[in-house]
Ligand binder design. Sequence first.
Ligand code: MN
Length: 295
Amino acid sequence: MSETVFVHPAREAHIGPDSAVRRLLPQRHLRRIGAWCFFDHFGPVPPGAGGVSVGPHPHVGLQTATWLFEGDLVHLDSIGSRQRIRPGQLNLMTAGRGIAHSEDLAHAPRGVHGVQFWIALPDRARFVEPTFAHHPDLPLVQYAGIEALIVIGSTLDVTSPAHTYTPLLMAELRLPAGHDGPWPLRPDFEHALAVVEGAASIDGTPAAPGALIEVARGRPEVRLSCGSATKIVLIGGAPFDEALVLAWNWVVRTAQEAERARSMWARGEGYGDLSVFGDRQRISSPPLAPGLVAR
Ligand code: MN
């Protein structure tokens, strides 16, 4: 029987001095799933252990999607948004031509657990005006014993209100203890799953936090089973066939564009009103890697 899923172990990355995360995308052998081009799973960070605060930093050419399982964060950005986010709510920031933001624990001593994604904007939308949306109410569906929050996109005749620029799906699947059953997929989408709590078997392959499970193309469903209650994040999307340069916090098309984004950030220009961050120090860009190639 041919394989229906492929396991991609996460690598450890650091988003701050105290903030180790599991980086699930991009990977050497899996650059993206649809337009999902970056996927970090952080925590659960125990109370008082530093958390995941990130100071002011810039983005262009992407949307960020932030989704929590525990704790709460405060989002602040250079177009004037200030938004607290709790579990079950989506923060979706469209950087477009340029924005800067910071993320901080709302209650410093408390723990936090969540995921953050970048979604590449297609060429026709990558210079849109920056926007920010908070979605506190997302549709919940039940299917074959699984309870699912549809965070982005549509599935099972339910549609999230979140706006994306290419066809995408993101759902939080909650499997009860002892679950065994199918979950429907769109054969025209690419899909991947990450267990964030518990442990599961995905088409017979063991899966636990710290790995991204890619589903082979064209599959109409995937079989999910677990012992104890388990939480899984499912992402999917139409194949995104524009070549990208991911350079630091920018999703662009050429090394020249990355260099321009870098020099604008160094000058504090083109990323909105940076005075919203007060005297908090902005994170400065590392030097760009030589030989950046779009892929
Ligand atoms: Mn960011």
